[in-house]
Design a binder for this molecule. Structure first.
Ligand code: FMN
Length: 205
């Protein structure tokens, strides 16, 4: 029969077993979460509406890679059009918004998969911030890019100029759903809803 001491010990061992993940996360990312499994491969991505996040998750699981979400210190507006306007201003002025978190031990990685959506025909400003804030010299850099139909634009030039000493490989580029299209369809449907007549007049359930 297990003593109280044994069960306490088991509890402590279970807690300790869970610790390395949390401890490594705290040690290697400043200000945000790095999902760390001790891999030499990092998947870092930025995603607003989730498309790029899906691709990042697939690479993360297929490669057993560490996973890091790039986020601005000040979140972009919820509103799509406000985000488009802010992104355009930041891109035009070359502004690199501060990040919510950075990777403190980039030296732990040989390979970085870097994912982002195309914003205004180029890489989003926070991706420039990420590249400027981390030394990718000597690392293999593999982009994965999602866009709404207009292709990768100038984003690959941005990677080349902001990580000049990385070994830049041909990445993955995919057209995915556009928030703009969803927003326009939903908005016009909602407008129509108010003028709809019931499908079965008189039926109140
Ligand atoms: C601010 C903003 C600007 C965008 N600009 C472009 C563009 O120039 N070309 C394009 O093909 N898609 C553009 N898109 C669409 C996104 O690139 C596309 O929907 C992408 O898959 C979104 O990825 P996410 O869900 O990971 O945020 C833009 C989206 C946003 C929010």
């Amino acid at each position: 029969m297990a003593s109280d001491h044994d069960s306490t010990r088991r509890g402590v061992m279970t807690a300790l077993a869970a610790l390395p993940l949390g401890a490594a996360a705290a040690a290697n990312a400043q200000g945000g979460e790095l999902r760390r499994q001790g891999s030499r491969t990092l998947v870092a991505y930025f995603s607003r509406s989730g498309n790029t996040r899906v691709v990042a998750g697939l690479i993360h699981r297929a490669r057993g890679a560490d996973l890091f979400e790039i986020q601005p210190a000040r979140p972009y507006p919820e509103d799509y059009l406000e985000t488009v306007a802010q992104a355009r201003m930041e891109t035009d002025s070359g502004h690199e918004p501060p990040l919510a978190a950075t990777i403190t031990a980039m030296a732990d990685y040989d390979t970085v998969f870097l994912g982002f959506p195309i914003w205004g025909e180029t890489a989003p400003p926070v991706v420039r911030s990420f590249l400027s804030g981390h030394d990718l010299s000597g690392r293999t850099l593999i982009p994965f890019i999602t866009h709404g139909g207009y292709g990768p634009g100038k984003s690959l030039d941005v990677l080349a100029s902001h990580a000049p000493k990385a070994r830049l490989l041909t990445g993955f580029v995919m057209e995915m759903d556009q928030e703009r299209r969803t927003m326009e369809r939903v908005t016009s449907w909602l407008r129509a809803v108010s003028s709809h007549t019931a499908i079965r007049p008189g039926s109140s359930g």
